[in-house]
Structure formats: structure tokens, C-alpha cells
Design a protein around this ligand. Structure first.
Ligand code: IPM
Ligand code: MG
Length: 355
């Protein structure tokens, strides 16, 4: 039996994880042993730290890790070194999952939830953001200090080594080879030295993939083009912070942040799977959260970590079907004809029924 570490986390995390586990158990009965792991605000409350050593060890020893979301206003004032988000970064780094794959695809029945003009959306939107996940500002030196004049100051360092850029670039080009063979590398090379290295290394890696067309965009321009001509994007490869920002933008382009799963992979297939949304404390405990992002994480896990493609297909098909039936949680409900507003657990039950 394969071991899966499960981090429910905070806020809506436990709700969406509960839904995803039920779906996994139905789609692949008996295939997994699930081990629940404390991480985030709940771990701070219980153990005084967001990522106890035991929690990380359980994830490292598991065949894959499934994560809900962490954080919330309750822990806004804890010292920065023990914030819930630190636990999240610790899991990503500790599992060495440097490549975060965030698909952005418009589901046909959700076309009306796309806020873009119809003629733009109708051209089709299907791209994937490959976000570098264990480098950049997130992991550079963070420092609060006082200037010689006695003024408060702070700095966060954006740093990349050549091998970090090279390996994420390969992930991007390989993904493009299985798709429409277009890579857009996003940087800020007109300003940042780390971006100039990024661009140089990506261009070098591109030589190994002569069939793939490589474009470079500055991140500000990329954020604009994503809205103007989203159909032209296939694979976007970018550094950690830019990927964080652009993937939230992408989630709205395709309808809702509640719909998007992600897979984080390293050199082996022991991935980390987490929806791209946060812990949404404003709707936690009200059964309003859309479980689809996390349920689709389960499908990605089956596919990438366990090669269980037919089970993954079944889950994805079940999601398509409930959307086709017009069922909508609040985040994707636009009131259009033939649709019905339901709760998170009703959405889960409808998906279970389709399986
Ligand atoms: C994400 C989230 C996290 C990130 C936060 C919660 C630290 O926004 O996964 O996109 O910035 O990576
Ligand atoms: Mg984010």
C-alpha cells in the first residue's frame, strides 16, 4: 500500500481535504494509507511551531503529500519565523519540490464565469504555469534592520543559481513538448540581475529543444498579455514570486481560484499536491468552499506520483460532469440559466455519485 501524508492545515483546508480523501478512496479503493500531519497554524497552537520535525519526516517518508491550505488572521501577529506560511515553505523545501505546475484551463461549462470578453475567451484558454518553488525571494535572506541614520529598513534578497534555473527550464520545455510547443519565460530582465541570469540560462536550455518556440516577456507585460490574448499562452516558466502572482491572475481568467490544483515535483515522483487557493478564513466552517481544486489535486497525484492514469481520468470526468449538470459552489456561481448554487459538501457528494 502506498503512503500518502495528508496536511489538512487551517481555515477551509480540512474541509477541502476531507472531500478529496473521500473521492480518492472511492476512485482507488484500498490503494493508499493516509497519515494526517500537523502543519500551519494548528501546529503552532499545538506544538509552538508551524512545522514540527516529525511532520516533515512523515512527509519525506511518504510516497506523496496532499495539502489543503494554511494560515489565518489568528496567527497574523506571531513572530515571522514561526508564521504558518513558514511551515508551508519548509515542506516545499524539505521535499525539494522545485517545480510547481499550475494548470489554467477553461472548463467549457464555466465559460460564463470567465470575466474576459466573450471573443477573447472563445479562442480557448489552456495554459500551464510552471512556477519555480524553492528559490528566489521566498528563500533569500530576509532582514529587518536600522539604517545608520536610525531609520527602520528591511530587505528580502532574490537569488538564483544557474542549476536552479536550468532544472526548472527543463521542466518547462519538457512540458511544452507534450503540448503546443511554446514556452514563455517570464522575468524582469530590464531591471533585475537575477532575471538576466534567468534569461541567459533559459536560452541555453532552449538549444536542447529546437522544436519549442521560446518567447521572453517581462512580468508586467505578461500580466497584461494574459488578459489580452490568453489563448496564445501554452507553457509559462517563471520564478517563484512572479509565478505566485501570475497564477492568481490565471485563476480568475479561467473562472475561480477554487478550481485550480497544483503539483509540485522534484527529482523523483514523490510530489506535493496543493490547491492554489489559500485558507479563506472568511468562509471557513460554513461549507461554502469549493472542493474541486483539491479533488483535482488528488487526480494529479494519481497521475504524476502513482501512474494511475485511468483513475485520474475518472475523477476529472466526474468533475466535468457535475459542472455540466449545472452544479456550482458560490465562487463559480454566476446565476446563469440551468445552474444551481450548492454547498461544498453537496459538490463533493455529487462528484462521488458520478464516480
Ligand atoms: C500559493 C500561496 C502561498 C505562496 C502562500 C500561502 C505562502 O499564495 O501557494 O500561491 O505564496 O506560495
Ligand atoms: Mg499564491
Amino acid at each position: 500500500m502506498k503512503k500518502v501524508a495528508v496536511i489538512p492545515g487551517d481555515g477551509i483546508g480540512p474541509e477541502v481535504i476531507g472531500a478529496a480523501l473521500e473521492v480518492l478512496k472511492k476512485a482507488a479503493p484500498g490503494a493508499f494509507e493516509f497519515q494526517s500531519v500537523a502543519m500551519g497554524g494548528n501546529a503552532i497552537d499545538k506544538y509552538g511551531e508551524p512545522l514540527p520535525a516529525e511532520s516533515l519526516k512523515t512527509c519525506q517518508e511518504a510516497d506523496a503529500t496532499l495539502l489543503g491550505a494554511v494560515g489565518g488572521p489568528k496567527w497574523d501577529n506571531v513572530p515571522p519565523e514561526i508564521r504558518p506560511e513558514r511551515g508551508l515553505l519548509g515542506v516545499r523545501k524539505g521535499l525539494k519540490v522545485f517545480a510547481n505546475i499550475r494548470p489554467a484551463k477553461i472548463f467549457a461549462p464555466l465559460a460564463s464565469a470567465c470575466p474576459l470578453r466573450k471573443d477573447i475567451a472563445d479562442k480557448g484558454i489552456d495554459f500551464v504555469i510552471i512556477r519555480e518553488l524553492t528559490g528566489g525571494i521566498y528563500f533569500g535572506k530576509h532582514e529587518a534592520f536600522t539604517t545608520p541614520d536610525g531609520e527602520k529598513a528591511a530587505r528580502d534578497v532574490m537569488e538564483y543559481t544557474e542549476h536552479e534555473i536550468r532544472r526548472i527550464a527543463h521542466v518547462g520545455f519538457k512540458a511544452a513538448m507534450g503540448r503546443r510547443k511554446i514556452v514563455t519565460s517570464v522575468d524582469k530582465a530590464n531591471i533585475l540581475t537575477s532575471s538576466r541570469l534567468w534569461r541567459e540560462v533559459v536560452e541555453d536550455v532552449a538549444k536542447e529543444y529546437p522544436e519549442v518556440k521560446l518567447n521572453h516577456l517581462y512580468v508586467d507585460n505578461a500580466s497584461m498579455q494574459l488578459i489580452r490574448v490568453p489563448s496564445e499562452f501554452d507553457v509559462i516558466v517563471t520564478e517563484n514570486t512572479f509565478g505566485d502572482i501570475l497564477s492568481d491572475e490565471a485563476s480568475q481568467i479561467v473562472g475561480s481560484i477554487g478550481m485550480i490544483p497544483s503539483a509540485s515535483l522534484g527529482d523523483n515522483n514523490r510530489g506535493l499536491y496543493e490547491p492554489i487557493h489559500g485558507s479563506a478564513p472568511d468562509i471557513a466552517g460554513q461549507d461554502k468552499a469549493n472542493p474541486i481544486g483539491t479533488i483535482l489535486c488528488g487526480a494529479m497525484m494519481l497521475r504524476y506520483s502513482f501512474g494511475m492514469n485511468s483513475e485520474a481520468d475518472r475523477i476529472e470526468r466526474a468533475v466535468d460532469e457535475v459542472l455540466n449538470d449545472g452544479l456550482r459552489t458560490g465562487d463559480i456561481f454566476t446565476g446563469s440559466e440551468g445552474t444551481k448554487l450548492i454547498t461544498g459538501s453537496q459538490m463533493k457528494d455529487a462528484i462521488l455519485a458520478k464516480l
